[in-house]
Design a protein around this ligand. Structure first.
Ligand SMILES: Nc1ncnc2c1ncn2[C@@H]1O[C@H](COP(=O)(O)OP(=O)(O)OP(=O)(O)O)[C@@H](O)[C@H]1O
Length: 716
């Protein structure tokens, strides 16, 4: 069989796709040819690596600083050129019907292309593998029978233990060939999930690809139910943007924001596996903690207080409070230089101050500009009286003690942390600036019952750090990055959106989330609102509805909660063909832990990772029960390995994570662990949607009505 063999391809494809190494496929000449290309590509990659290793930089660098920079660049390149045995060099092939035009081909010529994670060329510079992000590769993800994009053949390759063992062909321009679903995609989705998150380059779906490749200048917001690939899409989008706009983003920077450290740890391998080593990751708390003059967070707010602190109206309160430091001058300023005295009258100073207030520049920038403005007024007088002062004179006047004194009185420096401290401790000061914005109750919720003595001794909560960050930005502009990916965005407060928005004010953002998974008291109700706070109201909102994680039966069960927790949201349509399993087991009150441990033991008989998810308050009891049964377990974020596969997951940390088999302990405890029922049910929805292959729910207390009444399945 050859690439252009008229043999019935569906059969050939199916046979080939399901074939494994060591079977008759070893004699398949086509597979042999593809393996030969793989070996030749590997050899070419080795040669590329050796070329870089052999580089002698002694003659080209003028000094040691340049040499050090160049050396580290070379080291990175050597790392990027490593041939990783567990990541195949290419995963697909495209045979175009015609030679591809120069614009799309970029670094590749001809009509046949092998698509892989990186570009590989032979000794003559001819391409052997094309980067998946190159324009010519896009058809691999987008071409269809309906719109073949000039692709005659799309071939997907299957690997077993690093060996090329299977392929699957689609003759897109052949009207007689039936459309069939990809077995390799199914195999990839169903592969056990041990270890950190993996890349999905080989199987990105068309609707995902559109988001991945959307331009750098626009912001995108993706709403998608659990397991629809939002995180995967966000990470691949970063990889794509770095490829398409490498120089610009190297200058401006990219950042991925996730909900907590264990989640960030779970996703941190994806970009390095795609050759991108430079992307930073942070939580919102870490982000604001890194701004200048920040405080140490040691306190916790009540939900009611945190909601007020996170409300966008706080930005206006802070703005008023910052600007309240400006007082209009009532006295003239007298500058003495040599034998002469120059007087700027109060009304002229007032004009300067009013002009700066009206220009809406940052408070700190105006503070820095005012001395120069006053000096300019003095210079005008000097010129009028026949002197010819230059810039140095203006600078000297600006530094004159009389000018400094008037600036200090009129436009004093503001310390953001001290300002927030005063707002939260001084009822009159707060009332003055919150008037017409916050109710008396809201103001009371903000005030510390026992005001701290100083910034250092205050028990700052994380919402306070966000307020300080806002105040910081009112004083001096926050540095903006080129692109920010914000994952699990539904959980941010308006003030947190503003904090993230500042970090991409001159760049763009990818916002990923699911309104139904919002579990903070301030979780966003609509994307339009969230994007407004982020400062990207024009971002395109896309929806992903195909689910790649949760089996059909399990997602259907979890979706019974949707009408209560997020009416109007589309239920995820699972693309998983394997049926998966769902079991709901009621047990006697005293037998809960034993039943849970038993379910973990059963799950461990399967391949892959196991997550035991429970209400946070239940974790100590379950940890003890696992220990008593000699079942070692990990904490979320700790990497599962072939020997250590069971993780005990507090429900509050389950978001974004996934396990092959999930045992869910006592759903009603997960719900009652939250301040209100809707948040509790949303937390439960998150917990119910972490399973890739099977979910066992164990309960001693009645299940929430939404799950129970509608459920006529295998309970018991
Ligand atoms: N096109 C794809 N091919 C193969 N696997 C995919 C694809 N898209 C997503 N997946 C896999 O599906 C799983 C869920 O993806 P991901 O975690 O990105 O979903 P999510 O929408 O962020 O979920 P959640 O809302 O629960 O955070 C992951 O294992 C991911 O690798």
């Amino acid at each position: 069989m050859s690439a252009h063999d008229p043999a019935p391809t569906t059969t050939a494809a199916t046979t080939a796709a399901t074939a494994t190494a060591g079977t008759e496929t070893d004699t398949d000449p086509l597979l042999a040819r593809e393996r030969a290309h793989l070996n030749a590509s590997r050899a070419a990659l080795r040669a590329m690596r050796e070329d870089v290793q052999a580089l002698d930089i002694r003659d080209v660098t003028a000094n040691w600083v340049n040499a050090a920079v160049l050396e580290s660049q070379i080291e990175d390149r050597i790392k990027a050129l490593a041939d990783l045995s567990h990541t195949p060099l290419f995963f697909g092939r495209l045979d175009y019907e015609h030679v591809v035009g120069a614009a799309e081909a970029e670094g590749a010529e001809g009509e046949r292309f092998y698509i892989g994670r990186r570009h590989v060329h032979d000794a003559d510079g001819d391409p052997m593998v094309i980067d998946w992000r190159a324009p010519v590769s896009q058809a691999f993800y987008q071409a269809s029978k309906k719109n073949p994009l000039d692709v005659g053949l799309r071939r997907r390759f299957g690997y077993t233990a690093g060996e090329l063992t299977a392929y699957e062909d689609e003759h897109l321009s052949d009207p007689t060939e039936a459309v069939h679903s990809s077995k390799l995609l199914q195999a990839e989705i169903e592969r056990p999930r041990v270890g950190p998150m993996r890349d999905i380059v080989a199987t990105i779906q068309p609707e995902q690809d559109e988001i991945v490749r959307s331009g750098l200048s626009g912001s995108v917001c993706v709403q998608g139910g659990p397991g629809t690939g939002k995180t995967a899409v966000g990470l691949h989008r970063v990889a794509y943007l770095l490829y398409a706009h490498r120089e610009r983003l190297a200058r401006t920077g990219t950042l991925i924001i996730g909900p907590n450290a264990s989640f960030l740890h779970y996703i941190e391998q994806v970009l390095p596996a795609l050759g991108e080593l430079e992307v930073k990751q942070a939580t919102v708390d870490e982000l604001v903690a890194s701004s200048p003059g920040q405080v140490r967070v040691t306190g916790v707010d009540s939900a009611a207080t945190a909601v007020v602190k996170g409300d966008a109206r706080m930005a206006r309160v802070l703005r008023r409070a910052v600007r309240s430091h400006v007082t209009l001058p009532t006295e003239p300023v007298m500058v003495v230089r040599g034998s002469r005295r120059w007087r700027v009258p109060a009304y002229e100073l007032e004009e300067l101050v009013r002009e700066l207030l009206g220009r809406d520049i940052r408070y700190g920038a105006a503070h820095d500009a005012l001395p120069q403005r006053i000096a300019h007024a003095v210079l005008v007088q000097m010129e009028r009286s026949g002197e010819a002062p230059d810039d140095r004179v203006q600078d000297a006047v600006a530094r004159n003690p009389a000018v400094k004194a008037v600036v200090k009185a009129v436009w004093p420096a503001v310390d953001p942390a001290k300002l927030v401290l005063r707002l939260l401790s001084d009822a009159d000061f707060l009332a003055e600036h919150a008037e017409g914005l916050l109710t008396a109750d809201e103001q009371r919720a903000l005030l510390w019952t026992k005001p701290p003595r100083s910034v250092k001794t205050a028990k700052w909560a994380s919402a306070d750090a966000v307020l300080i960050d806002e105040a910081n930005d009112l004083v001096s502009r926050t540095h903006s990055l080129g692109h920010v990916v914000l994952d699990e965005a539904q959980d941010l407060s308006p003030m947190q959106y503003r904090a993230v928005g500042r970090r991409c004010s001159t760049g763009s953002a990818t916002v990923l989330g699911d309104l139904a998974q919002g579990t903070t008291p301030w979780a966003t109700a609509s994307w339009a609102e969230a994007l407004e706070h982020l400062g990207k109201p024009d971002a395109a909102v896309e929806e992903l509805t195909a689910g790649f994680r949760v089996p059909r039966e399990v997602i259907a069960y979890a979706s019974r909660l949707l009408p209560t927790i997020s009416p109007g949201l589309t239920e995820v349509a699972s693309v998983r063909e394997a049926p998966g399993s769902l079991e709901v087991r009621p047990v006697e009150a005293g037998a809960l832990e034993t039943a849970v441990v038993g379910a973990c033991v059963e799950s461990l008989r399967h391949e892959g990772s196991i997550g035991l998810i429970a209400a946070d308050a239940r974790i100590p009891a379950l940890s003890a029960a696992l220990a008593a049964a000699d079942l070692p377990h990990l904490a979320p974020g700790e990497e599962t390995t072939a020997v250590s596969r069971l993780t005990l997951v507090p429900a509050s940390l389950a978001k974004g994570l996934e396990y092959d088999y999930v045992v869910l302990d006592e759903p009603s405890a997960v719900v009652s662990g939250e301040p209100d029922e809707r948040t509790g049910l949303r937390r439960l929805y998150v917990a119910l949607t972490r399973a890739v292959s099977g979910l066992t729910v164990i309960h001693a207390s009645p299940l929430p009505d939404q799950l129970d009444t509608a459920w006529a399945g295998s309970a018991g």
